[in-house]
Design a protein around this ligand. Structure first.
Ligand code: FE
Length: 196
């Protein structure tokens, strides 16, 4: 790859910053945010290689940008062959756009104290975006659609997602608290402000 077109990421961040500064309601935030992220992941020429490095042991979450006020964070998710998350929630809004390869996503809901699939298994291709939030459905399990190659998706969350206390669920729907953190990273490609 020639020099990564980092201006795509910085342009996305300033557009998202402008959107959030208008304090839109959730429907507007998610629909306009979806369009911005869709445009970002439609071109695979901007992510520096260190943020696309897979690990054979588990999927990686590299912090690409954290808003100075932690209103949002942008993360590169790198899926090794066959890797998947546990069933989990977010507690904040999120947008998931596939940059490379393909991702499988299954939504879940809790009803009557147990966890059950909601809708079918979705397959997201490069350029496609899905949304989560406590209002529209916040629980899912995400996986690499491929068993023999790496996939990369770009996730945007309404908070500093690596620090958010949230839940993973076992097959019986029992919740376990977790904080994901971020993968040990090379310095983020754009200035990342400390939260405090
Ligand atoms: Fe998720």
């Amino acid at each position: 790859m020639s020099a990564p077109r980092l201006e795509r990421l910085s342009g996305f961040i300033s557009d998202l910053d402008a959107l959030l500064s208008r304090a839109p309601g959730e429907a507007e935030r998610l629909s306009e945010g979806r369009a911005l992220l869709g445009a970002l992941v439609a071109c695979d020429d901007w992510l520096p290689d260190p943020y696309a490095a897979s690990d054979p042991k588990r999927y990686q979450q590299y912090l690409l940008y954290r808003d100075p006020e932690a209103r949002f964070s942008v993360v590169s998710f790198v899926w090794g062959p066959g890797q998947a998350t546990p069933i989990h929630n977010h507690t904040v809004w999120g947008l998931i756009g596939v940059l490379r390869g393909a991702e499988l996503s299954q939504a879940y809901e809790i009803s009557g104290g147990s966890l059950s699939p909601r809708g079918g298994l979705q397959r997201l291709k490069p350029g496609e975006v899905e949304a989560v939030s406590p209002a529209i459905g916040d629980i899912h399990r995400v996986a690499n659609a491929f068993g023999d190659r790496v996939s990369v998706s770009i996730h945007v969350y309404g908070g500093d997602i690596g620090q958010v206390e949230r839940s993973a669920f076992d097959d019986e729907g029992r919740a376990r608290r977790f904080v994901s953190g971020y993968a040990p990273v090379p310095p983020p490609p754009l200035a990342v402000e400390a939260r405090r």
